[in-house]
Design a protein around this ligand. Structure first.
Ligand SMILES: Nc1ncnc2c1ncn2[C@@H]1O[C@H](COP(=O)(O)OP(=O)(O)OP(=O)(O)O)[C@@H](O)[C@H]1O
Length: 257
């Protein structure tokens, strides 16, 4: 079912990218990217492997520097800001990695406490406990608080990874292949969670995925990256109605793999 989100505020851009270029030596990965993400909007980025989707969200998160172009995130130009300003901005961006990136030697509670204790030193023990409880409740895994990551399923680890980013109350969520390696039912649960996070916390998100079911379920807008540029933007139906041969071959490839 195509999603409907009534909460998008089209008067507020939380991410605005214009003519972004990024190369690694002679590998010209991003070649003139334009993208706007509005308050409360979920944008899905589709594209074949190696087209630069992860590079794009790493630039948004300040983990890579753009070569050229403007990248404005929550009102700040990430290319021009100082390191301390970038650190502050990064706290408002939740990055959900493909690998979930949990610390195996820490319990779920400790994994969730970690970003809070490092970044919000003024909090009392009681406030930290409450924040952990709230984040776990938001992802439906309150009962796992004393478990180890190794005791959790892939889907649960993914949820705990999302809870660990939610604990910092981010304005923007970046999901890198959130359903990769998960079975269809668990994937559907993660899609639902992405939408719940969007509605409950009014976050704006970029979701990188090869999973067209995820794209349809979570994306208010889809953007297709090809040869270093976005070649098509629109709703799932608009993108799939495209007669562009380059897009058609991409969809066919995805449907049969
Ligand atoms: N730090 C880096 N140094 C050099 N090259 C890099 C670096 N990061 C990415 N690249 C190159 O940039 C290109 C795009 O990589 P990226 O990881 O963004 O692709 P992707 O679209 O996310 O692929 P996938 O769907 O397989 O995850 C690749 O050719 C990759 O080798």
């Amino acid at each position: 079912m195509e999603k409907k989100n009534k909460h998008i505020d089209r008067t507020k851009k939380v991410i605005s990218i214009h003519e972004l270029y990024k190369s690694f030596g002679t590998n010209h990965v991003l070649r003139g990217i334009d993208l706007d993400v509005y308050q409360g909007e979920n944008v899905v980025v589709l594209g074949r492997s190696g087209t630069g989707k992860s590079v794009l969200i790493k630039i948004i998160a300040g983990l890579l520097k753009p070569d050229k172009g403007s990248v404005n995130v929550l009102g700040k130009d990430v290319a021009g800001i100082s390191y301390p300003e970038m650190e502050q901005l990064r706290l408002r961006i939740g990055f959900s990695f493909q690998s979930s990136a949990l610390y195996d030697s820490m319990t779920v509670r400790e994994n969730l406490e970690f970003p809070l204790l490092r970044n919000s030193k003024h909090l009392t023990a009681e406030q930290v406990t409450k924040a952990v409880e709230n984040a776990l409740e938001a992802v439906g895994l309150s009962q796992t608080v004393n478990q180890w990551p190794a005791e959790l399923s892939g889907g649960q680890r993914k949820r705990i990874g999302i809870a660990r980013t939610l604990i910092m109350q981010p304005a923007i969520m970046l999901y890198d292949e959130p359903t990769a390696g998960l079975d269809p039912i668990t994937s559907m649960e993660i899609n639902d969670l992405i939408n719940e996070v969007q509605e409950r916390f009014n976050t704006s998100s970029i979701i990188i995925t090869h999973d067209l079911t995820c794209a349809k379920a979570t994306g208010d807008k889809l953007a297709v990256l090809l040869d270093g540029r976005f070649v098509k933007e629109g709703t799932f139906e608009e993108v799939f109605a495209s007669e562009d041969e380059r897009l058609k071959s991409f969809y066919n490839y995805n449907f049969i793999t």
